[in-house]
Design a protein around this ligand. Structure first.
Ligand code: FES
Length: 148
């Protein structure tokens, strides 16, 4: 192989690796802020992220009874009719259906099989037997922090 051919082939291979690597790390899209995540399954997941309530899709939380499900962290954030922010795991402990918030009933509800949970995530009606993990919230201006 000629030196020139060798350099061309090595150069193309290196460029391919760089482009592939960039596509891997740059493939996320959407305007919602990306919360901090820890995907290491051997350690507990640390939750700590902030959302801006003046930016969609979080503006639903400006209304009492509104809720937002964060698909990245699997957390449902709700604003109670008393204007308190609450957050729990959005994954039902029965068979992993995504729960919703029912402001008028002041509870989380699973449309899968009807389990209900208190504002703190405790089971109030089965078949789910385990509570939803509760997270802390803190509001500063229009920034709502959700953390464990
Ligand atoms: S999946 Fe939630 S009650 Fe069955």
């Amino acid at each position: 192989m000629e030196r020139k051919d060798f350099i061309e082939k090595v150069g193309l291979s290196a460029a391919g690796v760089l482009i592939f690597g960039c596509m891997q790390s740059c493939s996320k899209s959407g305007s919602a802020p990306e919360p901090t995540t820890n995907n290491n399954s051997t350690t507990p997941k640390t939750i700590d992220f902030t959302i801006n309530l003046s930016i969609a899709p979080y503006t639903v939380l400006n209304n009492a009874g509104g809720f937002y499900v964060d698909p990245v962290n699997g957390i449902i954030i709700a604003r109670t009719l008393n204007n308190e922010f609450i957050a729990v795991s959005s994954i039902c402990t029965h068979q992993s259906v995504t729960v919703e918030y029912q402001g008028n009933s002041n509870r989380f509800y699973c449309p899968g099989h009807g389990s209900t949970f208190t504002n703190a995530g405790a089971v109030s009606n089965g078949p789910a037997a385990l509570a939803l993990k509760q997270y802390k919230t803190s509001l500063a201006n229009s920034n709502l922090r959700v953390f464990s």
